[in-house]
Design a protein around this ligand. Structure first.
Ligand code: DC
Length: 231
């Protein structure tokens, strides 16, 4: 497929707790496009590496594992179930512990490289909404619309806390806040594909904006780029 006829991509990047995942899901449903939750791939790589007892600092071994991961995203009536070698790990990979594993393995260039083609394979007609940290900078630099969401660290910790409590997980707000800060720091300071907006990304601060207002702002941008002619 040449660049000219490649399906359009909208990238939604930013740190956790900015509403990125929610906006990506809402946008996908509205446009009836495909969704790439790239964080899930890093979470799966981290989980699989831990399950195998690999040293997470062994970039070569973790990358080899990541390259061959048997992953499936199964669309259900309620949600999308994530399978790792046939095992349903949807809830397991959402834990903070798994987020930390993901951030650790994601710092290795070889692991990022191993997951690159797999991420680009999600680009299928009629279009793709890609959620992550480096969607607009590295994975889909030719995306038609690039959004980068931000929010204050306190607000992000509070949202994440509520999300985890809703899922029935036990969590301590102070520790969560520390863990999120450490994860963001590692994601932002790594040498390869660090968390940062693409030069042509549109920044939206969601700290004190209701998620449905953010959704409408994003829809407007989508309309302006001619990506939602019938909506
Ligand atoms: O979006 P998330 O919280 O599920 O991501 C988990 C970790 O995976 C995140 O801390 C860093 C890593 N990640 C990444 O490095 N690049 C991406 N495109 C997505 C996630």
């Amino acid at each position: 497929m040449s660049a000219g006829d490649a399906p359009p991509v909208i990238t939604i990047d930013g740190p956790s707790g900015t509403g990125k995942g929610t906006i990506a899901r809402l946008l996908t449903a509205w446009l009836d496009w495909h969704l790439l939750d790239s964080g899930a791939l890093y979470r799966l790589a981290g989980l699989a590496a831990q399950d195998r007892g690999l040293d997470l600092d062994d970039a070569h071994a973790v990358a080899a594992l990541a390259r061959g991961l048997d992953i499936a995203f199964v669309e259900g009536a309620q949600d999308t179930r994530v399978l790792l070698a046939g095992r349903d790990v949807t809830d397991t990979i959402r834990s903070e512990a798994c987020g930390a594993l993901a951030s650790q393995v994601a710092a290795h260039p070889a692991v990022r490289d191993a997951l690159l083609a797999r991420q680009r394979d999600f680009r299928r007609p009629p279009g793709l909404v890609a959620d992550g940290r480096d969607m607009g900078t590295v994975v889909f630099p030719d995306a038609t619309l690039k959004i980068f969401l931000t929010a204050s660290a306190e607000e992000r910790a509070r949202r994440r806390y509520n999300q985890l409590i809703e899922k029935g997980m036990s969590v301590n707000l102070a520790r969560l806040s520390r863990d999120i800060t450490a994860r963001d720091k590692r994601d932002a300071e790594r040498a390869v594909a660090p968390l940062k907006p693409a030069p042509d990304a549109i920044l939206l601060d969601t700290t004190s904006t209701d998620i449905h207002v953010v959704e409408e702002q994003v829809r407007q941008l989508v309309r302006e780029r001619g990506l939602a002619r019938t909506r």
